[in-house]
Ligand binder design. Structure first.
Ligand code: TYD
Ligand code: MG
Length: 470
């Protein structure tokens, strides 16, 4: 009797081990190892063995100059944000993984894409929801499309059979020449392949199913979209172990309590990873947000203290965000520091700089910092805006809403240069700001005459204080 080969996988990070382990040496999680049956080892032997007669080898080396580069034809979707995130449209035969927390709107995004593609048959395979549930969602989105087909299936073999049948039917009824235009799988964790014995959702099943789908995509030239869930910690084995197999990894993120969603590129074989799309979740589906600054800046009638506008980059796109600070006398012995949408340690650092370099007393104050709009900002260029909001709240002096900031604050209170300053200034100019404060060290990379906006260059935090609060 042949022995079945089993291996233990960490269900958290996907690391493989020959025997069960209590603690994963790779990610440090406890009790995550699970035994999974993998395919019987074929008798192919080792991967690399010097051949006696190399002529038998099918693939040989060819000079890169002799290889003809294919003319890249991209499928342009009606959703501009989506096109941009993919690097200019969908590449035929590509395998795209869209990861995100449950409930963030992955199914909605792809269903909307499926329904908006005209002149193309889109096959939406769902292993999670019934067809009538999907239909209800489609009604909610209010898109109508006769060339979107639904299938409830979890076995990859059945999915391929059904796709083949549909493509035959499609060509008979004359539904375009390539009858399968695009395949959407919701979700990869619900699929199973009968080539492997493990249950659906385990590391080996996810890998196998993805490999089969990749083969399908490459052989037929049909783009395949996979939906993958990730947990709050950001990594269930599933999508993480797939990142190297698929061509493109997109992450759909946002806070469930806020309406804005961000589609970010994590990996892209066909474009830049710095791109990002912004959507707004409405009651009738997702809407593209083409001018994020206008939404993120709250309308105010009166100038209030503790508010300051900073320039940030999301992907390659500059946008203005509002930082809000509240500094109040600490009620309890240990003052509280809370930050929403901003790194708490960075806030502590900025407070320490203000205390030590500018003599502001924050030690006995509670400090609350909030980035408006529920977005999270990693860009250090908003430091200066945060500093402005903090001082404004402490001193109770409002900063004009016509002023904005772009600069990183260093430990000695110096204002450091930030990337893509020209774009930030142009955005501020476009939105009608009167003054932008930037680092003196950005001076070289800008030509002042191009803008109406007044550019104020500073090198130290104290200078901001003198200019605005004295
Ligand atoms: P869904 O696409 O099911 O999320 P995922 O596939 O990532 O798990 O979307 C879930 C949320 O989106 C749900 O809480 C309801 C909300 N939603 C809207 O607000 N408006 C809509 O038009 C739709 C379809 C969903
Ligand atoms: Mg879903």
């Amino acid at each position: 009797m042949e022995k079945v080969k089993t291996v233990f996988f960490c269900q958290n990070c996907g690391v493989q081990a020959a025997k069960w382990l209590g603690k994963c040496p790779s990610c440090g999680e406890w009790n995550t190892y699970q035994e999974e049956i993998i395919e019987k080892a074929t008798s192919a032997g080792p991967g690399w063995k010097p051949e006696k007669s190399p002529s038998k080898v099918a693939n040989k080396f060819s000079s890169i100059a002799d290889i003809s580069s294919e003319n890249e034809t991209r499928i342009i979707t009606p959703d501009n944000e989506f096109n941009r995130v993919l690097g200019g449209g969908i590449v035929p035969g590509s395998l795209v993984l869209i990861g995100g927390e449950p409930g963030i709107g992955k199914s909605t995004l792809l269903l909307q894409l499926a329904l908006s593609m005209e002149n193309m048959n889109v096959y939406y395979v769902s292993g999670e929801e019934s067809s009538s549930q999907i239909k209800m969602r489609a009604d909610r989105i209010k898109y109508k499309n006769d060339s979107c087909f639904l299938l409830n299936e979890t076995s990859t073999q059945n999915i391929f059979t059904q796709l083949q049948i549909s493509s035959k039917n499609g060509s008979e009824t004359g539904n375009g020449n390539l009858s399968v235009g695009m395949v959407i799988i919701d979700s990869i964790q619900s699929l199973y392949s009968n080539k492997i014995d493990s249950p659906a959702g385990t590391v080996s099943q996810i890998k196998q199913c993805t490999a089969e789908l990749q083969q399908f995509a490459k052989e037929t030239g049909v783009p395949v979209f996979l939906i993958g869930h990730i947990t709050k910690e950001g990594s269930i084995a599933g999508p993480k172990v797939l990142e190297h197999i698929v061509d493109t990894v997109l992450q759909f993120e946002g806070d469930q309590h806020y309406v804005y969603r961000i589609l970010r590129t994590i990996k892209n074989r066909f474009g830049s990873t710095a791109e990002l799309g912004i959507y707004e979740m409405r009651s009738d589906g997702l809407r593209q947000v083409t001018n994020p600054s206008e939404i993120l800046l709250s309308q105010r009638d009166k100038e209030l203290s503790g508010m300051c506008i900073a320039s940030t980059l999301e992907g390659l796109r500059p946008m203005m965000i509002e930082t809000q600070a509240l500094v109040s006398h600490a009620v309890y012995g240990t003052p509280q520091r809370t930050a929403t949408g901003f790194d708490l340690r960075r806030l502590s650092m900025l407070l320490a700089v203000l205390e030590k370099r500018c003599g502001f007393k924050f030690a006995t104050k509670d400090v609350f910092l909030n980035i408006a709009g529920g977005i999270r900002v990693e860009d250090p260029a908003i430091d200066l805006g945060v500093v402005g909001a903090l001082i404004s709240s402490l001193e109770d002096i409002a900063i004009s809403s016509k002023i904005c900031f772009a600069g990183e604050v260093g430990l000695s209170g110096e204002i450091r240069a930030v990337s893509r300053i020209e774009q930030r200034i142009a955005e501020a100019d476009k939105l009608g700001f009167e003054t932008i404060f930037i680092s003196k060290f950005n001076q070289k990379s800008i030509s002042k005459n191009n803008y109406k906006i007044n550019i104020s260059m500073i090198s130290k935090v104290d200078e901001v204080v003198t200019l605005l609060f004295k």
